[in-house]
Ligand binder design. Structure first.
Ligand SMILES: C[S@@+](CC[C@H](N)C(=O)[O-])C[C@H]1O[C@@H](n2cnc3c(N)ncnc32)[C@H](O)[C@@H]1O
Length: 279
């Protein structure tokens, strides 16, 4: 028991384990996540419906979206952006490894008479002979990837962008990192909780890694029969750091923004966005 508690509370090495599938594809947790995506009033898994409508409107004008344009939305979730983008007449591909979100997205597409090419797969393995005018990675997904994974994803993006095409993404900022505190806690849930349907304990250990501006929320979920772990890594960036990482990945910065809705950059904000072109 003592050794087990020591392990549960240990601070892991940066990027020691990648468990994103536990968060997004576990049958029970993904049903909770889908409910969050679809509740347009919270910003837990997707941002609010009002914000999403603003993003689609801004993107349509900024990137001249419409018939003849091709967009790939990485980490598309249940297709909340993809649907709006497809309604402009653009050809849209949505990539996500959550079978539950993709099934929901496909049902919606059929019901609305839209034609969206959804791919249920790990986007780190994405390959396509098609060339895209716009690639998007929305809601700070880049932050959940290790430096090696980020370099791999940027290489995929470069490979599928048409000459003159653009990449739009957002990330967590240094201002957000500075507001985080390390903590340890545990709670008992009698059942039907976020992490499990059956009664369970959840240990949460939150760590900060200086000077990498990296944060980790490490969750250990203990049920009668099982112990499982979710590592939610979040890299935080300054605009300078992100620009140089993206330059190393072959991208040239076109614009730094406050959000993927085209808001002006604000150094106090928790997030910022960039528009880039393949260099
Ligand atoms: C924070 S949610 C954002 C969803 C969507 N972009 C939005 O804002 O509504 C992150 C999404 O990325 C997906 N995702 C995370 N890692 C992935 C991976 N390696 N391959 C494919 N999808 C992934 C998750 O399943 C989830 O739908």
């Amino acid at each position: 028991m003592f050794d087990e508690l020591q392990e549960i509370n240990r601070c892991p090495a940066p990027w020691e384990r990648y468990t994103a599938d536990q968060l997004w594809t576990d049958p029970w947790v993904s049903s909770q996540m889908l409910a969050f995506h679809l509740d347009g009033s919270n910003a837990i898994a997707s941002r609010s419906s009002e914000f999403i409508a603003r993003v689609v409107g801004w993107m349509t004008g900024r990137f001249g979206l419409g018939p003849g344009k091709r967009v790939a939305d990485f980490g598309c979730g249940p297709g909340l952006y993809a649907q709006g983008l497809a309604a402009t007449g653009a050809a849209v591909t949505g990539v996500d490894f959550s079978p539950r979100s993709i099934a929901y997205a496909q049902e919606q597409t059929a019901a609305q008479g839209l034609d969206i090419d959804y791919r249920c797969q790990n986007y780190l393995e994405f390959a396509d002979p098609e060339r895209y005018d716009l690639v998007t990675l929305i809601y700070c997904d880049l932050c959940a990837l290790s430096p090696t994974q980020r370099a791999k994803l940027l290489k995929i993006f470069r490979g599928i962008l048409r000459p003159g095409g653009a990449l739009l993404l957002d990330v967590f900022s240094l201002a957000r990192y500075q507001g985080l505190c390390e903590s340890r806690s545990y709670e008992f849930c009698p059942g039907q909780g976020f992490w499990a349907q059956e009664p369970h304990y959840v240990f949460q250990n939150s760590f900060k890694y200086e000077p990498q501006n990296l944060a980790l929320d490490r969750y250990t979920i203990v049920t009668q029969d099982q112990r499982r772990e979710v590592y939610n890594w979040l890299q935080h960036f300054t605009p300078e750091d992100l620009k140089s990482e993206l330059a190393a990945g072959g991208f040239e910065l076109l614009e730094t923004l406050g959000s993927v809705a085209g808001d002006p950059y604000d150094s106090e904000s928790d997030e910022f966005a960039m528009v880039l072109a393949a260099a």
